[in-house]
Design a binder for this molecule. Structure first.
Ligand code: UT7
Length: 342
């Protein structure tokens, strides 16, 4: 039995904001942003668009991939085969209740699926894959899960803070996991081989939305100078990210008993190209092994890895049988990685 990714999808808002566009409103420059992060642009959702809108579009694309070019099955029929929907997000449609996953379940008509959101910051997709795989494994009758990473970070960004606002973008990516009869070991092995998950809660203050939760709620009549927004200790998160990436790659390789040469591509969370370069240098891995699309989308948190997977899948970069690694890190502080035979 294997847990395989059988379809992918993505959604990115059409509005593209370049570094030069940002430099027209705050004290920054294309040169600074590119040289410090590798970011060239970000896509920003229309004010009427919420997290579930992007998540739904990505999910539909994945379902369409399964329906096939001749539409042997309708999307509604395929949606009924889903047993679980997980949405990794820090920007749900509604805080606390309902989950964004329940909205997706309703809009897809996936009546047989359980649904929940997962809060693990930028590692949400990695955590979501392992959670969904575990849920599929614990019952014979469960076969398929939809795992989405979706964010509208532009809505919790302080657009006057140049230290954070240049970093983030909006988007969603989705995959469908299926429990198949393929082997999990041996030369024909397929699907999710192993996952590393971890957290360093001692860094919880380094990436935080300080207002709006039960610790520090908004009070009636309170006038806000800025919308609720994320605050970040960039240097602390950077140091954590390089260490987390390096150690997670090493751990996945050691536990699986393989060398980096056997891994076709690494798909890192797209937070900062310099984080990837630093980890690559520490481990002596060629930078070309890492897939990067941060230049176009910036940091879309839990969405960045499934967006990359969809681009690689549709772009013919991933071939059946390729061994790939996903690596995530972010708010919490959390980290993790999946080792997958495509
Ligand atoms: O998704 C996971 C969460 N996030 C991350 O992984 C991000 C992790 N952190 C980082 O990627 C980096 O720390 C940043 C890109 C956020 C910042 O890069 P840095 O090299 O650590 O810059 P810095 O914060 O040390 O700032 C250096 C200088 C400062 O000026 P002074 O004090 O040296 O005169 C900043 O004020 O750069 C200035 N600066 C900017 N200048 C132009 C900071 N932001 C900007 C900006 N444009 N946007």
């Amino acid at each position: 039995m294997a847990i395989e990714i059988i379809a992918t999808g993505k959604a990115v808002p059409p509005k593209r904001v370049s570094n030069k566009d940002l430099a027209a409103t705050i004290d920054t420059s294309d040169e600074w942003i590119r040289s410090h992060t590798g970011i060239g642009a970000r896509h920003i959702a229309h004010e009427d668009t919420a997290c579930s809108d992007l998540a739904l579009e990505a999910a539909r694309q994945a379902l369409e991939m399964l329906a096939g070019p001749r539409r042997e099955e309708t999307l509604e029929e395929i949606a009924l085969t889903l047993d679980m929907i997980i949405v990794g997000t820090a920007t749900p449609d509604y805080y606390a209740c309902p989950s964004t996953a329940c909205i997706i379940q309703d809009k897809l008509g996936a009546k047989n699926a359980a649904a929940m959101d997962l809060a693990a910051g930028c590692s949400g997709f990695i955590y979501g894959i392992e959670t969904a795989a575990g849920i599929l494994e614990t019952r014979k009758s469960r076969k398929r899960a939809l795992v989405i990473g979706a964010e509208i970070l532009s809505r919790i960004t302080d657009w006057t803070d140049r230290g954070t606002c240049v970093l983030f973008g909006d988007g969603a990516g989705a995959v469908i996991l299926e429990k198949t009869g393929a082997p999990r070991e041996g030369p024909e092995k397929r699907g999710l081989l192993r996952t590393v998950l971890g957290a360093d809660g001692s860094g919880w203050e380094h990436l935080i939305m300080p207002r709006g939760g039960s610790r520090n709620p908004l009070k009636p009549g309170e006038g806000l100078k800025t919308p609720l927004h994320l605050e970040m200790n960039g240097r602390a998160v950077y140091n954590f990210a390089v260490k987390a990436m390096t150690e997670t790659i090493e751990k996945l390789l050691a536990e699986e008993g393989i060398t980096i040469g056997q891994v076709e591509r690494i798909i890192p969370h797209q937070a900062n190209a310099r984080i990837v370069q630093a980890a690559a240098k520490r481990l002596g891995i060629a930078e070309e092994k890492f897939f990067l699309n941060i230049e176009e989308y910036a940091n879309t948190s839990a969405a960045s890895i499934p967006i990359a997977l969809d681009e690689m899948n549709r772009g013919g970069i991933l071939r059946k049988g390729d061994l790939i690694m996903t690596i995530g890190f972010g708010g919490g502080l959390t980290y993790g990685g999946n080792l997958i035979v495509w």
